[in-house]
Design a protein around this ligand. Structure first.
Ligand SMILES: Cc1cc2nc3c(=O)[nH]c(=O)nc-3n(C[C@H](O)[C@H](O)[C@H](O)COP(=O)(O)O)c2cc1C
Length: 210
C-alpha cells in the first residue's frame, strides 16, 4: 500500500475516545502532540491557538468538579428535571475527571487583524476559531498517531468565563474547546457518515450542479 493510502486509512480509523486507561501520559508526549498541532494551517499564518494542558490528577479533578458545577447551573436554569441533572453531571464529572490529560484550546484575537466594521471583524473572529479548530483536529490526529485517543468537547464555548477563571488563563485567551486525551480503554465503532452525494456537489462549467 502506498504511503498516501496508509494516511487515508489512518484518517478513517480515528475515533472519539471518551474512556481511558489510567496510565499517565508524560508531559513530553503532550508537548509532542501540541507541537504537531501547531503545523495546522491558520488564517494569515497568525497562529491564534493557545493551549492550557492539565496533566496532574488533582488539577484535572478540580477542573472536572468546577466545570460540572457550571454544567449543573445551566441545566438547572433550563429547568431540567433533577434526576436528569444528576445523571448528566455525574457523567460529565466522571468523563473529565477520568481523563489522564485535559487540553483546553483557546483563540487569541490579539494576534488577528482588526477591521473597523463589524462584518469583517466577525469574519476575522470566525477565521481565528477555524484556525484553532484546525489545530484541535491536528492534536486529535497526532494523539491517534501515537496510539492515544481523544475527544473534542464543546462545553468551553458555553462557559468561556468560567473556564478562564478556573484555569486563571491570560485575559486574551478565549476558550474554544477542551480535549480529553489518554490511552483508549475502548475503541468505539465508527459512526455512520452521510453519503457523499448528500453533502457535496460538483459545479459544472456553467456554474450549476451536476
Ligand atoms: C465542535 C465539536 C464539539 C464536540 N463536542 C462534543 C461534546 O461536547 N461531547 C462529546 O462527547 N463529543 C463531542 N464531540 C465529538 C463528536 O461527538 C464526534 O466527533 C462525533 O460523534 C463523530 O464521532 P468520531 O469522532 O468518533 O468520528 C464534538 C466534536 C466537535 C467537532
Amino acid at each position: 500500500m502506498q504511503e498516501t493510502d496508509n494516511l487515508l486509512a489512518f484518517l478513517k480509523t480515528r475515533r472519539s475516545i471518551r474512556r481511558f486507561k489510567a496510565d499517565p501520559i508524560p508531559d513530553s508526549t503532550i508537548r509532542e502532540l501540541l507541537f504537531a498541532a501547531t503545523f495546522a494551517p491558520s488564517a494569515h499564518h497568525r497562529q491564534p491557538w493557545r493551549f492550557a494542558a492539565l496533566t496532574k490528577k488533582t488539577s484535572i479533578a478540580n477542573f472536572a468538579e468546577k466545570m460540572t458545577e457550571e454544567f449543573r447551573k445551566s441545566l438547572a436554569a433550563d429547568e431540567t428535571p433533577p434526576a436528569t441533572i444528576e445523571k448528566l453531571t455525574r457523567r460529565s464529572r466522571e468523563r473529565i475527571g477520568g481523563a489522564p490529560v485535559v487540553v483546553v484550546a483557546c483563540a487569541d484575537m490579539s494576534e488577528m487583524r482588526r477591521y473597523p466594521d463589524e462584518r469583517r471583524q466577525r469574519a476575522e473572529r470566525l477565521l481565528a476559531a477555524q484556525s484553532v479548530a484546525n489545530a484541535g483536529m491536528q492534536l486529535l490526529l497526532a494523539a491517534h498517531a501515537k496510539g492515544l485517543g481523544g475527544v473534542w468537547l464543546g462545553s468551553p464555548m458555553f462557559a468561556q468565563n468560567a473556564v478562564s477563571e478556573i484555569l486563571n488563563l491570560p485575559p486574551t485567551w478565549e476558550p474554544q474547546a477542551m480535549f480529553l486525551i489518554g490511552k483508549p480503554s475502548e475503541i468505539p465503532q465508527a459512526r455512520e457518515r452521510k453519503p457523499l452525494e448528500e453533502i457535496s456537489i460538483f459545479i459544472d462549467e456553467e456554474g450549476g450542479s451536476i
